[in-house]
Write a protein that binds this ligand. Structure first.
Ligand SMILES: C[S@@+](CC[C@H](N)C(=O)[O-])C[C@H]1O[C@@H](n2cnc3c(N)ncnc32)[C@H](O)[C@@H]1O
Length: 238
């Protein structure tokens, strides 16, 4: 059975991202799926191919994605933003321009950017349409928004093994195109399967503990490594 998870509460988001630890623990297990590509690689390729002169990223996390884009395309005027001061500090430490900002009140004028990125963060925002309106406002006509998110079956094998349910959020691969279509005329989606590899039971428990200590305690012991499928989508909208 699925359960709808409210990942948008301001206390939940503030606690979850008060430091970079939870995000780094989760990120470390992910690798390419059967197609040999990771969704992050797909997202980066799309962003660079759209040749933005000035780009905003919302919910930039540790800044790793911004850094990787700038390493390949150093000419982009890249402005990273995040609600969490710890994330902004980590991003600045990578040499990326970053500001604390809530995605629904972006401190930039109309038509300021050619491109925007929102990677694995739209399921957290309290007012999803408000954030998309704000992105539309700061993007010039024809500017492209690139997003990434997870699908209904994302890591469901691990969640079910721990006695939990698949996670259903407000912005999933299954409805992302329809949601973006409320604000953008053209939306293109690519689904990307990915793989989470846990070296051992303790690593899988540590991953679960970043968002559910209860599930972490309930995961039956297993020996050796385990791999689970992740289901993600990368979308571009203009
Ligand atoms: C799951 S992490 C993803 C981080 C990064 N985009 C990545 O892919 O690694 C979600 C990020 O969104 C940020 N965030 C959550 N709600 C936000 C909001 N309303 N405005 C701006 N950032 C927000 C969090 O602080 C966190 O850094």
């Amino acid at each position: 059975m699925d359960s709808t998870a409210d990942l948008t509460g301001s206390d939940h988001v503030a606690d979850q991202y008060a430091s970079t630890d939870n995000l780094r623990t989760r990120r470390d297990v992910w690798g390419p799926g059967p197609e040999g590509v990771s969704p992050v690689d797909v997202l980066r390729t799309l962003v660079i191919a759209s040749h933005p002169a000035r780009l905003i990223e919302i919910g930039c996390g540790t800044g790793a994605f911004a850094r990787s884009v700038l390493d390949e395309a150093p000419g982009i005027d890249y402005v990273a933003t995040d609600l969490s001061p710890a994330m902004v500090a980590a991003t600045r430490a990578l040499g990326v321009t970053a500001e604390v900002a809530s995605s629904d009140v972006l401190p930039f004028g109309d038509d300021s950017f050619d491109g925007a990125v929102a990677a694995w963060m739209l399921y957290h925002v309290p007012d999803l349409d408000g954030t998309l309106r704000e992105l539309r406002r700061v993007l010039r006509d024809g500017g492209t928004l690139h997003v990434a998110t997870n699908g209904r079956e994302h890591l469901a094998g691990l969640l079910r093994a721990a006695g939990g349910d698949a996670l259903v959020t407000q912005f999933m691969s299954e409805d992302a195109a329809e949601v973006l279509g409320r604000h953008f005329e053209h939306v293109v989606q690519r689904d990307v399967e990915t793989r989470a590899t846990f070296a051992d039971h303790a690593t899988a428990c540590a991953y679960l503990a970043t968002f559910s200590p209860t599930l972490a305690r309930s995961l039956p012991h297993f020996e050796g490594p385990r791999t689970y499928a992740g289901h993600t989508a990368v979308l571009s909208a203009h």
